[in-house]
Design a protein around this ligand. Structure first.
Ligand SMILES: [Zn+2]
Length: 233
């Protein structure tokens, strides 16, 4: 619960401004649009069967397997960069024990790493990027993780939907600071996830699991709001 409160308080516009300039964001979007032409125009919902095909096109090894033991569920996936000595091709692992929507988001995040690797070429990067549930707050302090998450936010909330959810109807303008989601926005986000991704926070009967998914919901929604507020995209 504390993770969610922390995310609720964070200023996403500031994180974006600090780590991801408009130009970098644009190049990330155009790189993403080569993988998903409908990116930021239509909602992207990945099917399990598509993951291998996309990985193949990107020349990335894919490992999609369930991992449940002990705290294994906390691991959502990882991206391993290629290296002279060990890996000829980069590797994406996704933990398929999660909800299909979460698996899709993880895959999208790892593809984000793959695309950002070129975008941030020259900057020092970790050889492996792990994605753990509830580590979202740390993503705001890391340009590489933030870029990967931006792709997920754009895939889940394309511009027309983002404008509908995050634009304040009473003033006609956008809330400048992506700091507090209004109750109305939260309701709309929940409806969007329920309709589009069959994620229902009120029904699964797995409170602990739901809390970490809820943290993800807050994170990706606030990030999307921040992109709209800061870059009008
Ligand atoms: Zn990551």
């Amino acid at each position: 619960m504390r993770d969610i409160e922390r995310l609720m308080r964070r200023d996403y516009v500031r994180a974006l401004r600090r780590w991801l300039g408009y130009r970098e964001l644009r190049s990330l979007v155009s790189a993403g649009a080569k993988v998903w032409p409908q990116l930021n125009h239509e909602r992207i919902r990945l099917k399990r069967s598509e993951l291998a095909d996309i990985s193949g096109r990107l020349s990335v090894h894919l490992s999609a397997r369930p991992h449940r033991e002990a705290d294994g569920m906390a691991l959502r996936g990882f991206y391993v960069r290629k290296s002279e000595s060990a890996l000829k091709r980069p590797l994406i692992y996704v933990n398929t024990a999660h909800h299909p929507a979460a698996v899709g988001a993880t895959f999208c995040h790892e593809v984000g790493h793959h695309l950002a690797a070129r975008l941030f070429a020259g900057k020092k990067m970790e050889p492996v990027n792990f994605f753990y549930d509830a580590a979202y707050a740390t993503h705001l302090d890391d340009p590489v993780e933030l870029a990967a998450d931006v792709l997920v936010s754009l895939a889940a909330y394309p511009e027309p939907i983002a404008r509908r959810i995050f634009a304040k109807s009473c003033s006609g303008g956008l809330v400048a600071r992506a700091q507090h989601l209004s109750a109305e926005a939260v309701t709309q986000i929940c409806n969007h996830l329920k309709r589009g991704y069959r994620v229902d926070f009120t029904r699964s009967g797995q409170p602990r699991r739901d809390l970490t998914y809820l943290a993800g919901m807050v994170h990706f929604a606030k990030l999307r709001w921040g992109i709209l507020a800061e870059y009008d995209l």
